[in-house]
Design a protein around this ligand. Structure first.
Ligand code: PMP
Length: 361
C-alpha cells in the first residue's frame, strides 16, 4: 500500500456481480438472454480494417442515431463507454464540494463510490419500505436516482419525476435520472427534457440492446449539461467509445423490430417467472425492470443463494442490512427461468427444514 494515495487506500470500490466461466445459468448481472441484433456482426466486421485509425472524438455517428431515435437535436446527446462511465463523468461535471448530492440509500451502489472517488459530499436518503422518499431527496442539492430503481425494480411516475425536476430546477440543482432499465417498464423522463434544462437522463445498451460486452451508454439532456459531460470526458479520455462500439451500437439502435421483440419476450418471461415464484411461496416485488427482487418469508436469502450457487445458478444477493434476505434475479431465457423454478421447487422443502431461522419478525 506504500505507493497508493490515501484516497485509493481508503475507498471501498464497487463490487460487480460475479462473471463465472463455464456452463451455468447466469442471472446475476441483468444481462439480456438474447444475442445482439444480427446487424451488429456486419457493422463490426466493416470496422476491422480501420482499426489503425482513432475513432470519432464525440462518437458522432452513434450520437446521430440516438438523437434520431429520441427526436432530439444531436447537441442533446452524449455517448460514453458504458453508462457507468457516463454516470462517473456526471460527478466532476455537476458536483461541487459545498453541496451534497442526494441519492436513495438503496439504489445503484456505484453512485456513492463515484462521489468518494471525486471527493464530493453525498447524502443517502433512507427508503420508506422499498419506496423512494421523494421529499427526503428534495431536501437540498443535486439528486441522482435510478428509475426503475435497482435492485427493487420499482419506478416513480412521470408526474413525480416532473415535480422533482421542477423543484430542483427552480433551485438551480441538477436532476440525474438513470434509466438503465426503462425499456422494460416504468415511465421515461424523456417528455420532460425540453421543459427542464436541469434534467439529465442516462441510458445503457447493456440490457435492452444485448450489448453488455460492448460497453456503450449515453446521456440525454440540455446542451449545457451535455457540454459539461464533454468537458469532463475531454479532461480524461478523448476516445472512450471505440470504432467497433460506435458501429455496433449504431446498428443495434437502428434495428427497432429486433429490440422490441427481445424486450417483449423478456417482459412476458418476467410475468411468467413472477407467478411461478408466488406459487413457490416467494414474495416477489412487482418489477418494471429485467430482474425481480424477492424474498421467501421462511427461508433466509443466503441459504437460497448458496443452494443455487452450488447448482451453478448465479443470482445476486446484497449483504446489506434490511435486504440481506432478498435475492435479485435477472430475467433470462424462458428455459432458464423454468429450470430455476424446478430447482427451487426441489430444494425449498429441505432449505425450509434447516433449522428454525425465520425471516419475518
Ligand atoms: N445503472 C444501473 C442502475 C445499473 O444497474 C447498471 C448496471 N450495472 C448501470 C447503470 C451500468 O450499466 P453499463 O455500464 O453496463 O451501461
Amino acid at each position: 500500500m506504500a505507493y497508493l494515495s490515501k484516497k485509493i487506500q481508503a475507498i471501498e470500490p464497487y463490487t460487480a456481480g460475479d462473471q463465472p466461466q463455464g456452463p451455468c445459468i447466469k442471472l446475476n448481472t441483468n444481462e439480456n438472454p438474447f444475442p445482439p441484433s444480427p446487424r451488429v456482426q456486419k457493422a463490426i466486421e466493416e470496422q476491422i480494417p480501420l482499426l489503425n485509425l482513432y475513432p470519432q472524438i464525440g462518437a458522432e455517428t452513434l450520437v446521430a442515431a440516438i438523437a434520431q431515435r429520441e427526436g432530439l437535436p444531436e447537441g442533446w446527446v452524449f455517448a460514453g463507454n458504458g453508462s457507468d462511465e457516463v454516470l462517473a463523468l456526471c460527478f466532476p461535471a455537476f458536483g461541487d464540494e459545498d453541496t451534497p448530492l442526494r441519492m436513495p440509500a438503496l439504489t445503484y451502489s456505484f453512485y456513492p463510490v463515484y462521489a468518494t472517488l471525486f471527493s464530493l459530499p453525498y447524502v443517502r436518503v433512507p427508503l420508506r419500505g422499498l419506496d423512494i422518499d421523494v421529499d427526503g431527496l428534495l431536501a437540498g442539492g443535486n439528486v441522482i436516482l435510478a428509475n426503475p430503481n435497482a435492485p427493487t425494480g420499482r419506478a416513480l411516475s412521470l408526474d413525480t419525476l416532473a415535480r422533482m425536476g421542477r423543484c430542483l430546477r427552480d433551485r438551480g440543482e441538477v436532476f440525474i435520472v438513470d434509466e438503465a432499465y426503462i425499456a422494460f417498464g416504468g415511465q421515461s423522463a424523456r417528455p420532460l427534457l425540453e421543459e427542464l434544462d436541469n434534467l439529465l437522463i442516462t441510458r445503457t445498451l447493456s440490457k435492452d440492446h444485448s450489448l453488455a460486452g460492448l460497453r456503450v451508454g449515453y446521456a440525454l439532456g440540455h446542451p449545457q449539461l451535455i457540454d459539461g459531460l464533454r468537458r469532463a470526458k475531454d479532461s480524461f479520455n478523448s476516445y472512450p467509445v471505440d470504432r467497433l462500439a460506435i458501429a455496433a451500437a449504431t446498428a443495434a439502435l437502428q434495428d427497432e423490430p429486433y429490440f422490441a421483440a427481445c424486450r417483449d419476450a423478456i417482459v412476458e418471461t418476467r410475468e411468467f417467472f413472477h407467478e411461478g415464484m408466488v406459487a413457490l411461496g416467494f414474495e416477489p416485488n412487482p418489477s418494471c425492470a429485467n430482474f425481480v427482487f424477492m424474498r421467501h418469508p421462511q427461508v433466509p436469502g443466503k441459504r437460497i443463494y448458496e443452494a443455487l450457487k452450488a447448482r451453478r445458478v448465479f443470482v445476486r444477493r446484497f449483504d446489506q442490512p434490511g435486504i440481506e434476505d432478498y435475492l435479485r434475479i435477472s430475467i433470462g431465457s424462458r428455459q432458464d427461468m423454468e429450470t430455476l423454478l424446478r430447482l427451487l421447487k426441489d430444494c425449498l422443502p429441505a432449505l425450509r427444514g434447516q433449522g428454525k431461522e425465520t425471516v419475518d419478525p
